[in-house]
Design a protein around this ligand. Structure first.
Ligand code: WTA
Length: 675
């Protein structure tokens, strides 16, 4: 592998060759928390051989009401030996809201800005300091207590990116309530499903939000969801509505007396102090629903202490965070990235953040860089899909802003392609800023494979090396661990602090999905390659999960949504390559018996509308391909391999089709392309 020798110089040639260039840490990372490869190696080794002292030392800098017992970690990953169980810091008591807020205020940092809020429209902004946020969190916590929310209660949050969203999460954490944040882009049906699963008595929302030029009636969506939930026998007692005056006029918002309550009418009246509930290390902190390869979304459960340590330690080291940094993560709090790297990791570290409500292309494609200059952002964390989208508008939107404050650039959500890496590095960061490509999952709670900017030589497209305490392995088809350079299934061998603990109400599904595939290991669902230097290159999901713009969509979910349409008899969904989204959704649809193919063009629109209604706009199919028949084995199993090949126009590589119950369906499918 060729090295370009000098730090962060731009190699010439095609972007694909870029993968072969090395980018050693440069002077921008001088004085980093971990400032050499030797230091990383030494710390990593200790984290694996002596987790007790390694994590124990790290935990010293947090506030504990009660200390943990030794050992710091107890776990069983092997289903053959008994139920899967993961525990960290057993016996300890702490509170995450206290560690995020009170601790900083008590240390004299109350005047530090917690959030610079940048609204959807230009010139809409505000800021909130740590001490102001603490007061607001206390007021909301007191209100929640006043309506009966207590330790262990579930709370659903469906809000736009306003500071009140992380405040609501922190208020739950303060009193030991378990939050379930649902991304504000999900439909009423999806919201209802998540509410029905966790059964809260309260939903916290906002009147509306504008995303770009588009107003979104959040309250209307909640109303529909609440009605659906009620029809299924679960009653919501309170809908707390943040009056987002910039997005909607109060008089235009539907309001049900006795159910709906305006945030501004009740929260500011509450006392500004609220004692924290000291929680056990292994008590649940939150649930977050994520798509799997089968069935309905799974409620991933994280518990308090290990998650706190995992999210905040990775934040500190991966972004090399320092007190003077201005950090901006573009993820919504409705995703795990917004939990670990907006609400919790940065707050535990006392970071100053930018919270942006809008989209980076509104009012034009320079908005992101305008925000970087406005707040002098030093650490930027975003997704390859956003990078590709901004890249497609051309460099001039970037170069007209200074961006000289930028120090480190981060990416998450999907493998970053060399073209996007190159553009992010050369154009956005002017070759000066290391790129931390962070691989992790909702289930892992925190970064797992990632560079550390002062220590790791970067290879574009590789998430590089494991974080402290993470022991990855690569398995072959037979489940055997491979040595050295190899390609296969990525698994993790031992528990890390922020491991998920279970799936909400379904420990059996938890064990089946993650621990029974390869007994003894946590199965990630990702394929990967390890090179001769031990670097990991993520390849993508090996299960039936599609990664659309860095968001997980289960093929089964989209198929289920399509079949809700009365004319759809059967559907099969596969991923397709997409230039901006990374992966798109390609849906084969079989219509009810007796329908002529192709049906009227309007049916495609109707099917798409059904999916948007059932799941949300993120699950919109990119292609609908009429399928008078689907390629099935004699036992009735759909052969998705064939569908993937047709979707990617590789029908010359269909392979063996002789096992199909009816091989002629393939020719019919090919004829239907573009109809
Ligand atoms: C993918 C998002 C390659 C991967 C934090 C994983 C990535 C899934 C990367 C989890 C990355 C995330 N490189 N692939 N840097 N980051 N992924 O749960 O397939 O929304 O399994 O968590 O995203 O998605 P999730």
């Amino acid at each position: 592998m060729a090295s370009n020798g000098s730090a962060h110089a731009a190699p010439a040639g095609h972007a694909d060759e870029y993968k072969n260039h090395l980018f050693p840490p440069n002077s921008a990372s001088q004085g980093a928390h971990v400032s050499s490869r030797e230091q990383y190696d030494e710390m990593y080794k200790r984290s694996i051989t002596d987790p007790d002292s390694f994590w124990g030392e790290i935990a010293e800098s947090f506030y504990w009401k009660k200390r943990w017992q030794s050992p710091v970690r107890r776990f069983n990953f092997d289903v053959r030996k008994g139920p899967v169980k993961i525990e960290w810091f057993v016996g300890a008591e702490t509170n995450l809201s206290y560690n995020c807020l009170d601790r900083h205020v008590e240390a004299g940092h109350g005047d530090r800005v917690a959030f610079y809020w940048e609204g959807n429209d230009l010139n809409e902004d505000s800021k909130i300091t740590y001490s102001q946020l603490l007061k607001q969190v206390c007021q909301l916590a007191n209100y929640l207590k006043s309506i009966g929310v207590k330790r262990g209660s579930d709370v659903t949050i469906y809000m736009p990116m306003v500071p009140e969203l992380p405040a609501a999460m922190l208020a739950c954490a303060r009193i030991g309530a378990v939050h379930s944040v649902v991304f504000g882009g999900f439909s009423a049906e999806s919201l209802a499903g998540r509410i029905l699963d966790s059964k809260p008595s309260i939903v916290i929302t906002a009147s509306a939000v504008k995303r770009g030029a588009k107003p979104i009636d959040l309250k209307g969506i909640v109303d529909t969801a609440v009605k659906r939930v009620q029809a299924q026998g679960h009653s919501i007692k309170t809908v707390l509505v943040f009056d987002h005056v910039l997005a909607a006029k109060r008089e235009n918002v539907a309001f049900t007396e006795g159910l709906d309550v305006w945030w501004q009418d009740v929260v500011p009246r509450q006392p500004t102090d609220c004692p924290v509930e000291w929680m056990g290390a292994e008590e649940p902190l939150f649930k977050l629903y994520t798509s799997g390869s089968t069935g309905k979304p799974k409620g991933v459960e994280h518990t308090l202490a290990g998650y706190m340590i995992g999210a905040s330690t990775t934040f500190k080291y991966v972004f090399d965070h320092r007190a003077e940094d201005i950090y901006w993560c573009t993820a919504d709090c409705g995703w795990i990235t917004g939990h670990s790297y907006v609400a919790y990791g940065p707050m535990v570290n006392g970071a100053t953040q930018v919270l942006f409500e809008g989209v980076p292309t509104y009012p034009d494609a320079g908005r992101a860089w305008d925000i970087v200059d406005k707040y002098k952002v030093t650490l930027l964390y975003t997704a390859p899909t956003a990078i590709r989208a901004l890249q497609s508008f051309g460099d001039s939107f970037v170069t007209k802003y200074s961006r000289k404050s930028l120090r480190i650039l981060g990416t998450v959500g999907e493998p970053i392609n060399p073209e996007a890496w190159k553009w992010y590095h050369e154009v956005v960061g002017e070759g000066r800023c290391p790129i931390v490509d962070t691989w992790w999952q909702t289930e892992t709670g925190a970064h797992m494979i990632t560079p550390l900017p002062g220590a790791t030589t970067l290879k574009p497209g590789s998430a590089t090396l494991p974080f402290f305490g993470v022991e990855p392995a690569v398995l072959n088809e037979k489940g055997e661990e491979q040595e050295g350079e190899c390609e296969g299934y990525l698994v993790i061998k031992k528990a890390w602090p922020s491991s998920m603990r279970t799936l909400s109400g379904d420990h059996e599904r938890f064990e089946t999905t993650y621990f029974k595939v390869y007994p003894g290991y946590y199965f990630t669902g990702d394929g990967c390659r390890r090179d001769k230097d031990g670097y990991y290159w993520l390849i993508g999901r090996v299960d039936d999960v599609i990664n659309v713009s860095g968001h997980r969509i289960g093929t089964a979910e989209v198929e289920g949504a399509l079949t809700q349409h009365p004319q759809c008899a059967e559907a099969a969904v596969v991923p397709m390559e997409h230039p901006i989204k990374g992966q798109g959704i390609y849906a084969y649809v079989t219509l009810m018996v007796g329908t002529e193919y192709p049906p009227p063009a309007s049916l495609k629109k109707e099917l798409i509308a059904t999916v948007r209604e059932e799941i949300g706009p993120i699950a919109t199919p990119d292609v609908i391909h009429w399928a008078p028949g689907l390629p099935k084995t004699r036992s009735g199993k759909i052969m998705r391999r064939i569908l993937r090949k047709i979707a990617s126009k590789e029908e010359d590589q269909l392979g063996d089709t002789s096992t199909l119950a009816d091989p002629s369906v393939v020719q019919t499918l090919l004829k239907m392309r573009g109809q």
